[in-house]
Design a protein around this ligand. Structure first.
Ligand code: MC0
Length: 140
């Protein structure tokens, strides 16, 4: 069901500073920047590698307001890994299959994600404390 690690989502206070860190330390390149009002984030995708089932990225996330998923996470835990995003071929089908195993979904239906992807989150309480995202890459 899981094709690859699509991205690692990292919560930060200052997106521009963190982009500069990942560029200068690891030589990564920003391939997309977006503001996602629904998710309450300003984010950047930095390309890591391409594999047979698609690309992998580091996703840097700065909250738009304190009262957002990432804002609350930063207040409670500080900067660090916020979620793992796995690539799937069909996010609606994957959600159905995972729900049938009794795992709590945050999203019953896919939402709009970075770079036109369809995304859905699974609750961290049912995934060993890991906020888990399913990502169906946009078709070109
Ligand atoms: C909260 N918890 C986490 C967590 N966030 N555990 C692991 N990883 C995280 N990132 C835990 C808390 O520690 C707490 O545990 C419990 O979940 C409830 O947390 P809360 O602070 O009371 O917050 P809630 O319940 O209001 O919301 C938590 C929840 C929320 C995960 C449901 O953050 C959510 O819906 N997230 C999905 C959307 C999201 O994260 N969007 C931002 C990225 P205790 O033990 O204290 O009860 S958007 C994105 O990434 C898009 C743009 C994309 O990829 O394309």
């Amino acid at each position: 069901m899981l094709l690859r690690i699509d991205h690692v989502g990292i919560a930060c206070h200052n997106l521009e500073e963190k982009i500069e860190f990942y560029e200068s330390t690891f030589g990564l390149t920003v391939v997309s920047r977006e503001v996602n009002e629904e998710q309450g984030v300003k984010e950047a995708m930095l390309h890591v590698t391409d594999g047979p089932s698609g690309a992998s990225y580091v996703q840097l996330l700065e909250p738009l307001h304190p009262d957002t998923a990432v804002g609350k996470f930063l207040a409670k835990r500080g900067e660090g890994v916020h979620h793992i995003g796995y690539g799937v071929a069909d996010v609606t089908q994957a959600l159905q299959d995972i729900a049938a195993k009794g795992i709590k979904l945050i999203d019953e239906r896919p939402r709009h994600g970075s770079m036109g992807a369809s995304i859905a989150f699974l609750h961290p309480k049912d995934v060993g404390g890991v906020l888990t995202e399913l990502v169906e890459t946009a078709r070109l």
